[in-house]
Design a protein around this ligand. Structure first.
Ligand SMILES: [Zn+2]
Length: 181
């Protein structure tokens, strides 16, 4: 809770002001960008560099499915309690973004390689809003070692960062990992 001290020291009126400033930043960034807006919800935060490794992003989770957002915010809190920062380097993608990424891989690496790293939109859990690419690596390992306890499972041998949310994982454990997407 980075801004907890503000609320404590100055009261909720100022805390509300902080939220307004956040929203203002999000809107400002959107106006200078060709990408669709990701306005933060009250529960999330704006896109930002990953606080423990600026190589990565920590994106606003608010585009994901509601249950996945809740599960993501819960697990990030639990991780933080153990001193681990989970960053959402990539979460929700719209079908158009996923198609563009897939076609970009096909152009660069050919169809066969592309198919092992990027799914077409109709098969991507990023498009469904239940996938999270978690960075940095140590944080992804922490999540993998939870073995689905929080509803998140690593799904592919070749993507240590790619996790998917399903409430059944919390009770039934993780499904067998696939070699690749
Ligand atoms: Zn992924």
């Amino acid at each position: 809770m980075r801004y907890g001290w503000v609320a404590t020291a100055l009261g909720t009126a100022v805390a509300a002001g902080v939220i307004t400033v956040f929203a203002g930043q999000a809107v400002t960034r959107v106006s200078g960008s060709a990408q669709p807006a990701h306005i933060s919800s009250a529960a999330g935060h704006p896109d930002r560099p990953c606080p423990v490794d600026g190589t990565y992003q920590d994106k606003d989770p608010s585009g994901m499915k509601p249950a996945a957002i809740t599960a993501w915010l819960d697990v990030t809190r639990i991780a933080a309690g153990e001193g681990v920062t989970l960053c959402l380097h990539d979460g929700k993608r719209d079908a158009e973004q996923q198609r563009a990424e897939f076609e970009d891989y096909v152009r660069k690496y050919g169809a066969e390689v592309a198919a092992t790293y990027v799914l077409p939109p109709e098969r991507s859990m990023h498009v469904q809003g239940t996938a999270a690419d978690v960075q940095p690596r140590a944080s992804a390992q922490w999540l993998e070692q939870s073995r689905g306890k929080y509803g998140w499972c690593r799904r592919y041998d070749n993507e240590f960062w790619h996790f998917e949310y399903d409430p059944s994982y919390a009770t039934g454990g993780c499904p067998a990992r696939q070699p690749h997407a």
